[in-house]
Design a protein. Structure first.
Length: 87
């Protein structure tokens, strides 16, 4: 059997009000860190399936702390961060 599980997590941000953009940055940082930790602890350093995170409207989110490092580190663990930037 091949099981495909698709999960979508959507955050709606207003482009003209940036008051709570930091919350989304914290959410993504925690999500990536949790997946990387789980990968190391439970799967021996590599996820059994590929995980792709699609970040749309990336410029509105603001800065995700250490995003470049997370992107490089996650790629070795089958965690891919794909994003589009609109200005």
């Amino acid at each position: 059997f091949i099981v495909i599980l698709l999960i979508a997590l959507c955050q709606v941000l207003l482009y003209n009000i940036s008051t709570f953009n930091f919350v989304v940055g914290i959410l993504y940082t925690q999500l990536f860190n949790l997946m990387c930790d789980k990968t190391d602890d439970e799967y021996g350093g590599r996820l059994p399936v590929h995980v792709r995170c699609l970040l749309d409207e990336f410029a509105i989110i603001g800065q995700i702390p250490m995003f470049g490092s997370l992107q490089q580190y996650g790629a070795g663990k089958s965690l891919f961060l794909l994003y589009r930037i609109f200005c």
